[in-house]
Design a protein around this ligand. Structure first.
Ligand code: NCD
Length: 360
């Protein structure tokens, strides 16, 4: 969209969203307030036509469930229309079309484009050729900025519900820190808060990339030699799946010896019972997967489905910001849906799961 590298442009109206480094703290907090205000739309207590006539193109060239569907649901809940294509097979990229040409073509049909692609930097390349704003839905092992926004939104609300704040908090980040793009975006976003500390654990082949330790606030990153050590004094743990699809070296994959990354017993023995447990999902539930185990699901601090629910609100807020819509304008276009006359269609536990943290 600009002659400058798009990633350095601050986030706001008409901007691309490519990286969490585009944010300052006031912009993040304003986005979170907007997400709070949009919650009745996310719960379908209100329906809205503010995006009537607006078109989102959703291009996903890697597997996705929650990211694609929550982006599309967010646009639809605001009253817009979604065009979607998944995988290379059914797109002209299978015929050798470049990202440049794809961007130029699709921006002629859309008002915003969301793309996920296996190559780091590919979404920025699309943005450079696009005539409309582009949102990064994950670029290889690079970044996943909207996931980080919903993760930090959830963390602020979970901590807030326990009378704590992100400022000064300790977050354990465990699993695949090398290829996990959500981790890269999360660390860069949380750095905006004073006093935040990270305790990192990964198998030695999956360590956080060197560049994170070259920054002037690298003293906030503490590399730990076990999950137990990483959990010491942590307010929250953020676990990640091994990104096997990005590991080309079989030796690296084999070097992961343990079969369990984090389970209920570890949380209860090594951390506070109320530890906030986060994960971008999907978790790999196959035997020996080295991931977050399902037995954590009855822990009081489980926040993984709060994250997925919150993704809808945060992505609505992202679209509203890009399109220059404030909350008052959106709500002026909202009304009670005729198909939802007051009786909740959503079963209890979905949008208000667990403790009261969801009911801000
Ligand atoms: C993540 C991703 O795609 O990077 N998933 C997601 O978008 N919620 C994490 C992962 O796939 O492990």
């Amino acid at each position: 969209m600009t002659s400058q590298p798009s990633a350095v442009r601050p986030f706001g109206p008409q901007a691309d969203l490519l990286s969490t480094t585009q944010f300052d703290l006031p912009t993040v907090l304003a986005l979170f307030d907007l997400a709070d205000g949009l919650r009745p739309l996310g719960r379908a207590e209100l329906t809205c036509d503010v995006l009537q006539g607006a078109v989102l193109s959703s291009l996903f060239f890697e597997p996705s469930t929650r990211t694609r569907l929550s982006f599309e649901s967010a646009w639809a809940r605001l009253g817009g229309t979604v065009l979607t294509t998944t995988g290379f097979t059914f797109s002209s990229m299978a015929k050798g079309e470049s990202i440049h040409d794809t961007a130029r073509v699709i921006s002629g049909y859309s008002d915003v484009i969301v793309m996920r692609h296996p190559d780091k930097g590919s979404v920025a390349e699309l943005a450079d050729a696009s005539l409309v704003p582009v949102v990064n839905g994950g670029d290889g092992a690079g970044e996943h900025p909207t996931q980080a926004l919903l993760d930090v939104y959830t963390l602020t609300r979970e901590l807030g519900a326990r009378g704590r704040a992100v400022e000064g908090a300790t977050v354990a980040i465990i699993g695949d820190l090398r290829y996990g793009r959500t981790v890269h975006s999360l660390i860069d976003l949380l750095r905006l808060w004073k006093g935040i500390r990270f305790r990192l654990y990964s198998p030695s082949s999956l360590e956080l990339p060197r560049e994170f330790f070259d920054r002037d606030d690298a003293h906030r990153l503490l590399v730990c030699d076990s999950v137990q050590d990483a959990l010491k004094g942590a307010d929250a743990v953020y676990a990640t799946r091994v990104q096997r699809e990005r590991i080309t070296d079989e030796k690296v994959a084999q070097a992961i010896e343990a079969s369990v990354l984090l389970d209920k017993r570890m949380v209860q023995e090594w951390a506070s019972d109320d530890l906030i447990v986060m994960h971008p999902l999907p978790r790999d539930s196959r035997p020996g997967s080295f991931d977050l185990m399902p037995d954590v699901d009855d822990l009081p601090g489980l926040a993984i489905f709060h994250q997925t629910d919150n993704g809808l609100m945060v992505r609505m807020a992202i679209f509203c910001t890009i399109l220059g819509l404030d909350l008052a304008t959106v709500l002026a276009h909202a009304r009670r849906p005729v198909w939802n006359s007051g009786k909740p269609l959503v079963r209890p536990g979905l949008h208000s799961a667990g403790r009261q943290a969801q009911d801000w």
